[in-house]
Design a protein around this ligand. Structure first.
Ligand SMILES: Cc1cc2nc3c(=O)[nH]c(=O)nc-3n(C[C@H](O)[C@H](O)[C@H](O)COP(=O)(O)OP(=O)(O)OC[C@H]3O[C@@H](n4cnc5c(N)ncnc54)[C@H](O)[C@@H]3O)c2cc1C
Length: 406
């Protein structure tokens, strides 16, 4: 098989990239080890900044047709305190929505994958990445994939993209993946029916983890429990309900929400969650989305990062396929653009994760945020990606913020 671009992994990063390049007329193959629709453990919250990206991919109308819940803000609970932060337009970043969206991941990813196929990408479900192919200079020239019946498919490509998520085998094959040891956490996720829908997502914090929950399309309640690996190691899968129930009981606000609710999905686990990569591009190959690295999902920004990265990488690949001599510079441009947008956010998220380990700090923050709702709005809007950490360094931003909060 030959193509211009082989994209490995059809989550938001891979499908968005395949869509973009196929629209430009390139011959694109989009391979995933799973048949779609497939489950993906996720908080199922799309931050406000995702909206313009989804519209550009042509899935805003089909997404709206699913009836997703509009998420207007985030309720922060911890150590007996509670504060509400609302998503607000606090900067002049282009076209950010003033709400996020709660939508089931298997439906979102199916829409994104269908859109990529409609744009002209060739969809290869149940094709698992096995290894990279290289020429004598070490340039990546394709990949070997294993089909569902076990036979290996050799796929030559002018460019290969690893969009295969947080445990990226492509990143491992390139030797660039590193685990963030201090954040060695796992997630347990499920859905409940019978919970009163709320137009806000919620986070319930405790010293070594948190619950994150959102109402999604169809009125289901999507619940994630994030814990250190050590807390889960000795568990027996049969007693997850009891195990999670013990944690829920320590959070009265969540316990009240779940009273009388019925679990509608099996428990799914995923971890470890925190990874980084030392490089995101090499000759003939690049990484996008979680494959580049990921800090665990407290702030719910991963889908936006994947969509942003796909757009930036799509432009760089399109140009370098037209002008191969500029590939190195264009790929450097992708890394710089990605770093500029995502690295400060990932650092802010990591800082937040460290701060949350100090109950007194969380308590003081929440107490202060109750008295000064503008502060909660600011933090929630920042994690909703509608403002950038860099904005906080601009006096003009603070002038506008004070005026909006007056
Ligand atoms: C518990 C949890 C909760 C989260 N909650 C949120 C949230 O509320 N909001 C948010 O924005 N983000 C959230 N995230 C992060 C978000 O899920 C990811 O950032 C996002 O899915 C990244 O998209 P991606 O396309 O890079 O990778 P993925 O969505 O992970 O897609 C990767 C694809 O690659 C395929 N694949 C994997 N290995 C191979 C292989 N060897 N060969 C072929 N295909 C392969 C997989 O089947 C998958 O389809 C959460 C993450 C976790 C773990």
């Amino acid at each position: 098989m030959r193509c211009d671009v082989l994209v490995i992994g059809a989550g938001p990063g891979g499908s968005a990239l395949a869509n973009r390049l196929a629209r430009d007329g390139f011959e694109v193959r989009l391979a995933d080890k799973k048949q779609f629709p497939r489950e993906k453990p996720c908080g199922e919250f799309l931050s406000p900044q995702c909206e313009p990206y989804l519209a550009a991919l042509g899935i805003d109308a089909p997404l709206a047709a699913l009836g997703p819940l509009l998420v207007r803000g985030m309720r922060l609970h911890g150590y007996g305190a509670e504060a509400l932060g609302r998503f607000r337009r606090l900067s002049d970043r282009p076209a950010s929505a003033s709400h996020g969206i709660g939508v089931r991941r298997e439906r979102l990813d199916m829409l994104l994958c269908d859109a990529a196929e409609a744009a002209g990408a060739e969809w290869m479900p149940r094709h698992e990445f096995v290894s990279l192919r290289r020429n004598d200079d070490g340039r990546v020239t394709g990949a070997v994939l294993r089909a569902a019946d076990g036979h290996e498919v050799r796929c030559d490509a002018r460019f290969v993209v690893g969009a295969d998520g947080v445990h990226s085998r492509v990143a491992r094959a390139l030797g660039v993946q590193r685990q963030t040891k201090w954040l060695d956490r796992f997630a347990l996720v499920t859905h409940y029916a019978g919970v009163t829908p709320m137009p806000t997502a919620e986070v319930h914090l405790f010293p070594d983890g948190f619950f994150a929950a959102t109402t999604i399309d169809g009125g289901e309640f999507s619940v994630n429990l994030i814990l250190p690996r050590s807390a889960l190691r000795t568990r027996d899968a049969a007693d997850w309900d009891e195990f999670v129930g013990q944690h829920v009981a320590k959070h009265p606000a969540l316990a009240a929400r779940l009273a009388g609710a019925r679990r509608t999905s099996p428990w799914r686990g995923i971890g470890p969650l925190a990874y980084s990569t030392t490089r995101q591009t090499m000759p003939g190959v690049a990484l996008v989305g979680d494959a580049c690295g990921y800090v665990d999902p407290l702030t719910g920004e991963g889908i936006y990062f994947a969509l942003f990265g796909a757009r930036a990488l799509g432009s760089a690949i399109a140009e370098s396929l037209h002008e191969p001599a500029r590939e190195k510079a264009l790929m450097r441009g992708y890394v710089v653009e990605r770093n500029r947008e995502i690295v400060p956010r990932a650092r802010a998220s990591a800082l937040l994760q460290r701060a949350l380990r100090h109950p007194w700090l969380v308590r003081r923050f929440l107490a202060y945020a109750v008295k000064h709702p503008g502060l909660a709005d600011l933090v929630v809007t920042l994690t909703g990606d509608s403002i950038h950490p860099r904005d906080l360094l601009k006096p003009s931003f603070w002038r506008a913020f004070r005026a909006a909060s007056a």
